[in-house]
Write a protein that binds this ligand. Structure first.
Ligand code: GDP
Ligand code: IMO
Ligand code: MG
Length: 432
């Protein structure tokens, strides 16, 4: 393995958590390197049996937490909502897990209570066409504060001037919230501080110079997994801006957000869901409407792991997958949720874009047109295999037509599918 990054190739929720949990069985370290608790990574394995619905939904704790031998790092590039982290650890403990293998980089930013209030207020103020559909977890404001160099970092919690800075910044954001957003219902600063510190006390002991640990694991040649949150098309620079998240999500972010030099990342696994989903507005050329949209959502249980919102469903978009590969240069891909398509005699893939204003041809293959709001895909039919494949563990046992579908994805991405996931459980994975 030695250093392997797991990156989402679409609009998130491809099954990154499942793949990280699977690979973490052999990992010495797992590092979350971007995003915050806007992420929801669902894990189903022998340790999650006694958890609600038999699964764990991780928002900020890295998905290597189920292997007690794995050190799980919440890395420098993340934004940590302390109450969510404290609650998540306590829920994992209630589910019978020993959570003594998580650390937080001193450099990770903190989602402060006013970031969450401001995210909500900004979203409320946007006109219907401009709403981003954020998870309301404070991501825009926390990453704005980071880049304005006024953010709080986890290491600041260990400093004696934390309380003074907390109150100073409360005053600043109170003004913004009241004057710009007419938001008057802001909790009193002392109450806010007390609540914040109650949670902070629970995780204070986890904060350390995590990069020293990362360096020593790297020097020993240990197996390190870099766990991506969100995905290629939600990336702040290369995604469907402004309908995207506020942190970077590509392989470049895996290096920057973990502190591992780019040339030390050996493997780059792109996680590809066998169809597309998106939560929130923005370009979605292969988006379905009506009965088929509903069917995919029900079969694939496509409801957000963080907000519970229904995910819009559509077919796979091959040019966008090729684009994801150009930005990340994957060494292999993991195709997930292919079992969900099992009962369809025929379905479709997007092969380009229709009615594009910039190009003459009937089917435009320029992906920059696909990333435009309102773009519509030109589709090609695919033969279905019409049989349940959720129990198959060998590639050669997959129906011929399912293998042909995997091959079409491989061809579009010029990358081999090393993993085929045929169900949510860790064991439901074909490894080639
Ligand atoms: P992530 O954000 O990329 O980690 O993905 P999520 O956990 O948000 O969403 C993926 C959903 O699909 C979760 O409910 C997983 O349990 C589930 N899942 C993952 N892989 C498979 C698969 O191969 N088949 C099926 N049916 N479900 C899967
Ligand atoms: P995982 O890691 C799916 C989407 C939100 C919204 C946009 C901006 O589980 O794949 P934000 O709260 O980040 O400001 O919201 O990004 N979004 C996700 N969609 N999976 C995620 O994470 C997401 N994280 C953010 O729905 O459209
Ligand atoms: Mg998710």
């Amino acid at each position: 393995m030695p250093v392997t990054a797991v990156i989402g190739t679409q609009w998130g929720d491809e099954g990154k958590g499942k793949i990280v949990d699977l690979l973490a069985q052999d990992a010495d370290m797992v590092i979350r390197f971007n995003g915050g608790n806007n992420a929801g990574h669902t894990i189903e394995n022998e340790h999650t049996k006694d958890m609600p619905e038999g699964v764990a939904k991780l928002h900020i704790v890295p998905a290597g937490v189920f292997n007690s031998r794995t050190l799980n790092v919440i890395g420098a590039g993340t934004a940590v909502h302390i109450p969510t982290l404290a609650q998540e650890i306590s829920e994992l403990k209630s589910g019978g897990l020993n959570v003594n293998n998580v650390i937080i980089s001193k450099k990770a930013h903190l989602v402060m209570p006013w970031h969450v209030l401001l995210d909500e207020a900004e979203e409320l103020k946007r006109s219907p066409k401009k709403k981003i559909g954020t998870t309301k977890r404070g991501m825009g404001p926390v990453f704005a504060a980071k880049h304005a160099r006024k953010g709080f970092r986890a290491g600041d919690l260990l400093r004696t001037d934390f309380r003074d800075r907390f109150f100073d910044q409360y005053n600043e954001y109170e003004l913004i919230l009241q004057i710009l957003y007419r938001h008057w219902d802001i909790p009193n600063p002392s109450v806010m501080y007390r609540e914040f510190m109650e949670y902070a006390e629970q995780v204070r002991g986890l904060i350390c110079n995590a990069e020293n640990e990362i360096d020593s694991y790297l020097n020993r040649g240990s197996n390190i997994l870099l766990e991506g949150a969100q995905a290629m098309l939600l990336d702040i620079d290369h995604g469907t801006y402004p309908f995207c998240t506020s942190s970077a999500c590509t392989i470049a972010a895996a290096s920057q957000g973990s502190g591992i030099p780019a040339n030390r990342i050996d493997e780059r696994i792109g996680v590809v869901k066998a169809y597309s989903t998106r939560v929130g507005p923005g370009a979605f050329p292969t988006k379905l409407e009506g009965a088929m949209d509903n069917k995919l959502r029900e079969w694939g249980k496509e409801y957000g792991a963080t907000t519970g919102r229904p995910r819009a469903c559509g077919w796979l978009d091959l040019p966008l997958l090729s684009y994801a590969n150009r930005r990340n240069d994957f060494t292999s891909i993991a195709v997930t949720k292919i079992d969900v398509l099992h009962s369809l005699p025929q379905f479709y893939v997007g092969i380009g874009y229709k009615n594009c204003s910039e190009h003459e041809q009937a089917v435009c293959e320029d992906v920059s047109c696909g990333l435009e709001e309102g773009s519509q895909a030109a589709l090609r039919p695919v033969d279905g295999w019409n049989s349940d494949i959720s129990g198959i563990t060998k590639y050669s046992r997959l129906p011929k037509k399912a293998r042909a579908y995997v091959r079409a994805i491989e061809d579009a991405m010029k990358t081999k599918a090393k993993f085929i996931s045929v169900g949510p459980h860790r064991e439901q994975t074909i490894i080639r």
